[in-house]
Structures are given as structure tokens and as C-alpha cells.
Design a binder for this molecule. Structure first.
Ligand SMILES: [Zn+2]
Length: 363
């Protein structure tokens, strides 16, 4: 079997090919959904592997790469689980497991967090009547700092400026302003789009089929970039006073579960999230959604990397050293090269999936 380090693919095409091969070896049913075919690059697809019950009592969904560049990590975890399945794991009777690979294949391919429309897909799943308009209080004031209309430079006072902002307004204010999702600045960070993107429409259309009629669905959406290095937090949609929180704690461990809107939390309140949409459209009593966030570097470094890559994408010459520098740093911030990080996240990711599959069905 591959070691954890071998599971990290060098690019999207290799990752997608390996995913399809591993899924086939494990006896999965496969779907391929094209996302972007402009004729200039290989076809990008969201690949889906379904294993287990055709009429499920429980469905476990594991999705990767909603934030493109985070797909290197999510793909590795999905590959790990598939290779364990082919070797000696099994799916309990009545259970269906659905792996959704590379929800944002464009971002995976181009080492961007956003998709072909510069859209943060985890802000693109708005529920009506919420419209694709406006931005959080404070975003417009930050726009010149976050989104300068020029290529990135090496001498960048961004960290200092960001630290000043944090000291003045506090980290929750910064998180709310920048990460809550905005629908006003199409070239800016955390842009949620003006319409549902291709991936969003596809997920919206297919998710009910993947879930089947299972009365219980557990969805793990794999992410990186928030939290302590090589550690994970499971961010919930439910707030701390919800009776459901205990189930998550029993299933995944008390220390890792983080209900929404805790004062000191890793998370932030965001609009248009996949989890918010999934639970409200498929039924919050039935649908349990976990954003599994694996930490990398301090938030100001990660934000600086996002900002530099976004500037480079829009304003630097394609292929120039400035672009490559920005991509390399973005990659490091969302999929660190550290052997310890890669080994630990794969082990932890596998454990979370296994816990979800083994979770006691609750009536
Ligand atoms: Zn993410």
C-alpha cells in the first residue's frame, strides 16, 4: 500500500486518474461530471465514487477540493480510504459511502482556492431569498488592503497592516469582514459570485441522488488552512446549545468538535456555505454536516498568501516568477510540504471517515 506521502499527487490530472483507478479497484460505481471544457486544457471533472448499499439506511459523503488547492490534501485522504477499502476494510450493511473528488477542479489544476469564476465555492451556495449582492460591514474598507490592483511585490507591509487591523478591531472582526463572503468585488478575495457556479449547480442537482433516501446522512467536507499545524477541528453548523452536538462529540471525540459561533472559535459565520445549503435543502434533522479543517500556518500568513496569489492571478504576467512565487506560497499554506504534516493529516482524515462510517445510527 502507498505510504501517506505517496498519496499526495503532483497535480490535478494525476490525482483524478489515481482516484478513478483506486475507486475502480475498490469496486465502486463511478460518475464523471465535466466542469470546464474550453478546449484549451484537459477536461476537468468532478469524479464521484459510490460504494455500498443501493438502498442505504445511512449515507456517508466525503467531499474534497471545494477550495481547489486544498484538493491535494483531500484527494490524498480519499485515496487512502479507497486503498484501505481495497485491502481490508468493508462498508457495513445498509451503509453507502460516496466520495466526491475535486469539487473545484479548476482551482486544483491552477493552484487557486477559487474556481474559474474567481468564486469561493463555499460562499456560492446561497439559499433563496438571499441574493448574490453586497458585502459584510467592513469589507469595502478593507478592499484596498486586501485586493490591490497591481502585481504582488516582495517588499510587502501586508502582515504589519493586517496585524495593526487585528490589534485595533480584533480577530473576530477581521474574520467576519474578510471571510464571511462578499458579492460585490468580483476580483476580490472571498467573492461568492453573482450566480451559482457550474460546480454549485452540479452539487445541488446530484447531492439528493448521492444521499439516496437514507434517513441519516453524514457529510464530511475536507478543508485546510485554519487552525493549528497538523491538527484538525470539526466545525459544525449547529450552535453549542443544540442537542445534536453531543452526537458529534461522541462520534468524533469531544476535543475536536467545534459548534458554530463560539466566541473563540476557529470558524467564522459565512453565507452561502455548502453545509448550510445541504442541511436546509435535504433536511437538518437528517443531514449531519462537518467541515473538517486541518490547520497549517497562522491566519495572517494564510491570508497574505491568498492575497498575493489573487493579485498575481489578476495583475501579473502569466508564468512570471511573481506568479510562481505566489502559487508556491499558497500551496505551502494549504498543503504544507512537511512530512509530519502530510503523514498526520492522512492518518487523522482516515480516522474521521472511519468514525463517521462506524457511527451508531440514531433513531
Ligand atoms: Zn477550505
Amino acid at each position: 500500500m502507498d505510504t501517506p506521502l505517496d498519496l499526495f499527487s503532483p497535480d490535478y490530472n494525476v490525482a483524478a486518474e489515481r482516484f478513478r483507478e483506486a475507486a475502480a479497484s475498490a469496486g465502486a460505481r463511478l460518475e464523471r461530471h465535466p466542469v470546464q471544457e474550453d478546449g484549451t486544457e484537459p477536461t476537468l471533472t468532478i469524479d464521484v465514487a459510490t460504494i455500498g448499499a443501493t438502498v442505504p439506511r445511512r449515507t456517508i459523503l466525503v467531499s474534497s477540493g471545494l477550495h481547489g488547492v486544498e484538493g491535494f490534501f483531500g484527494s490524498a485522504i480519499q485515496l487512502r480510504w479507497l486503498s484501505c477499502l481495497a485491502a481490508d476494510l468493508s462498508v457495513p450493511e445498509g451503509t453507502r459511502v460516496v466520495l466526491v473528488h475535486a469539487v473545484n477542479p479548476y482551482g486544483f489544476t491552477h493552484r487557486r482556492r477559487v474556481n474559474e469564476d474567481n468564486v469561493d465555492l463555499n460562499r456560492n451556495f446561497l439559499n433563496p431569498p438571499r441574493r448574490y449582492e453586497g458585502s459584510p460591514a467592513g469589507y469595502a474598507a478593507l478592499d484596498p488592503l486586501l485586493n490591490p490592483a497591481s502585481p504582488p511585490s516582495r517588499l510587502e507591509p501586508f502582515r504589519l497592516k493586517a496585524l495593526w487591523y487585528v490589534r485595533r478591531f480584533g480577530m473576530p472582526a477581521l474574520k467576519a469582514a474578510v471571510a464571511g463572503g462578499q458579492y460585490q468585488f468580483p476580483r476580490g478575495l472571498f467573492f461568492g459570485g453573482h450566480v451559482p457556479s457550474t460546480s454549485t449547480r452540479l452539487i445541488r442537482g446530484r447531492l439528493p441522488h448521492w444521499a439516496g433516501d437514507a434517513p441519516r446522512v453524514i457529510h464530511l467536507d475536507l478543508h485546510t488552512g485554519l487552525g493549528a499545524f497538523a491538527q484538525h477541528r470539526l466545525l459544525l453548523q449547529e450552535s453549542a446549545d443544540s442537542p445534536e452536538v453531543e452526537w458529534y462529540r461522541e462520534t468524533f471525540g469531544h476535543e475536536t468538535v467545534e459548534p458554530s459561533a463560539d466566541g473563540d472559535s476557529t470558524a467564522y459565520d459565512a453565507s452561502g456555505t455548502l453545509g448550510g445549503w445541504a442541511r436546509s435543502s435535504l433536511g437538518s434533522a437528517r443531514y449531519r454536516f462537518v467541515t473538517a479543517e486541518f490547520g497549517t500556518y497562522p491566519i495572517v500568513r494564510v491570508l497574505g498568501a491568498l492575497r498575493a496569489e489573487n493579485r498575481a492571478h489578476h495583475f501579473a504576467r502569466p508564468g512570471s516568477p511573481a506568479v510562481e512565487r505566489a502559487k508556491t506560497e499558497l500551496m505551502e499554506c494549504f498543503c504544507p510540504a512537511s512530512e509530519r504534516w502530510r503523514t498526520q493529516v492522512v492518518e487523522q482524515g482516515l480516522t474521521i471517515i472511519e468514525r463517521a462510517i462506524g457511527a451508531a445510527p440514531r433513531t
